[in-house]
Design a protein around this ligand. Structure first.
Ligand code: PGA
Ligand code: ZN
Length: 427
């Protein structure tokens, strides 16, 4: 028996940031090392994502994980006992084969991703190295530029605003630590602007302000004003970023803007979004069209690729084949990389590597349903993704990741390199 063989796998029900059940997996190794990970959950999902296994029925709004935990106990535990934890590809291949479905729906993407990430944690602990170093495979670490939500909308705020995330990207900072200090000032300014304009109604799913403006432009204006009021230059220091999550308001061939009471044809919507990218200092824009409209994505990428990074989330669902197809047909310029969309760490890395190989940007990302788990901070550094999206600048499930990044940056000392504007094609 080797030092890093899996001796025990334990699944438990824990609770996520929306108060819904989720799965935590704990892995024990023969040398006594332990690794743990918690599955996150999305609300605005793409069609091809790995599928969580939920109980349905009346309890917990149908979000129960008893069936997923039972599958874990009956099938995953016996399959993993005795496997070497430091052979992630073997472990993940075992999990994927055991499940047997393309979208991992039989045992559940939630059970599989928690298991897969917990195995990596255990192996890193067993080797007494930080997770970021363990997953790096020798790649020099890179501290990413954060993408931080100031206002939430879309599916995360009962559709109060059509666009889902209004974010800032402090690419001009000199370190992660400084980047967060800048965002703290912008967040303060944004709060004053929202309440000053009488638009404050609460807090959205990822912790950002949940404002009600009468149009999406008014929200973009307020976001820009927040950056400028806090004293930053939106062209050279802190850019704007929006996640349109257009799937969410595309209905029967048109884009239905609830906030403004308008129905737009795909051509009208294209002109609307194009107008925003021309008018505002938008450094990044995610899922501007429904995931099925590849032609609009292609046209948009051709027109704006030098102005803004065009990010595929629902468009790509962290899937290697989708990334390769998108790179070949130029439907975006960056991958939003969410481990639970892929279902295992190995599948996540394959999508990530495909993006890097094609010269696409890479943003390691959280989900709207999160926990104290900080695995993604380590993946971002170890894989040198250069960019990192976690949600807002409040609430502990978000701050846990920002704070973990501060610890990693500090631990690297003089070797810490902040990705800065180069990842966005600036500077
Ligand atoms: P989700 O939202 O986790 O609800 O999918 C995050 C995003 O769309 O980027
Ligand atoms: Zn998204």
């Amino acid at each position: 028996m080797s030092q890093l063989d899996i001796t025990n796998v334990h699944g438990r029900q824990v609770w996520d940031s929306r108060g819904r059940p989720t799965i935590e997996v704990e892995i024990h190794l023969s040398n006594g090392a332990i690794g743990r990970a918690i599955a996150p959950a999305g609300a605005s999902t793409g069609a091809g994502e790995a599928l969580d296994l939920r109980d349905g029925g009346p309890a917990f709004g149908g979000y129960g994980v008893a069936r997923a935990l039972a599958g874990l106990q009956e099938e995953i535990v016996p399959a993993l006992i005795g496997l070497p934890a430091d052979q992630q590809a073997l472990v993940d291949n075992t999990l994927e084969t055991l499940d047997g479905t393309e979208q991992l729906s039989r045992l559940g993407g939630n059970a599989l991703i928690a298991t897969s990430l917990a195995v990596a944690h255990a192996a890193a602990a067993g080797r007494e190295e930080p997770l970021w170093h363990y997953v790096s495979g020798g790649t020099p670490p890179l501290i990413p530029v954060p993408e931080i939500q100031i206002y939430g909308g879309g599916a995360h705020a009962a559709g109060a605003m059509d666009l889902q995330d209004f974010m800032v990207v402090p690419f001009g900072a000199s370190s992660f630590r400084e980047a967060l200090e800048w965002v703290a000032e912008i967040y303060l300014a944004a709060g004053k602007i929202v309440s000053g304009r009488g638009a404050s109604v609460g807090v959205a799913d990822e912790g950002g302000y949940w404002p009600v403006f009468e149009s999406n432009e008014k929200a973009l204006d307020a976001l820009l004003a927040s950056i400028e009021t806090a004293g930053f230059n939106p062209e050279t220091q802190v850019g704007m970023s929006i996640d349109v999550a257009a799937n969410q308001f595309y209905r029967n061939g048109s884009y239905v803007l609830k906030a403004e009471g308008r129905h737009l044809s795909p051509e009208e919507w294209y002109d609307q979004v194009a107008g925003w990218v021309r008018t505002y200092p938008i450094a990044m824009i995610e899922d501007p069209f429904t995931e099925y409209d590849h032609l609009s994505h292609q046209r948009f990428t051709a027109e704006f690729r030098n102005k803004a990074q065009i990010v595929g989330d629902d468009l790509l669902v962290t899937n290697q084949a989708n990334v390769e197809a998108a790179a070949a047909s130029n439907t975006c310029t960056a991958l939003l990389c969410k481990p639970n969309q892929a279902g295992t760490l190995t599948r996540t890395k394959k999508a990530f590597d495909a993006a890097k190989a094609a010269g696409l940007g890479t943003i390691v990302s959280a989900r709207s349903g999160e926990s104290e788990d900080t695995t993604i901070a380590h993946l971002s550094v170890g894989w040198a993704s250069g960019q990192f999206k976690v949600g807002s600048f409040t609430r502990s499930e978000r701050m846990a990741k920002w704070n973990e990044m501060l610890r990693i940056e500090e631990s690297l000392g003089a070797k810490a390199r902040y990705a800065g504007g180069t990842v966005l094609g600036r500077i």
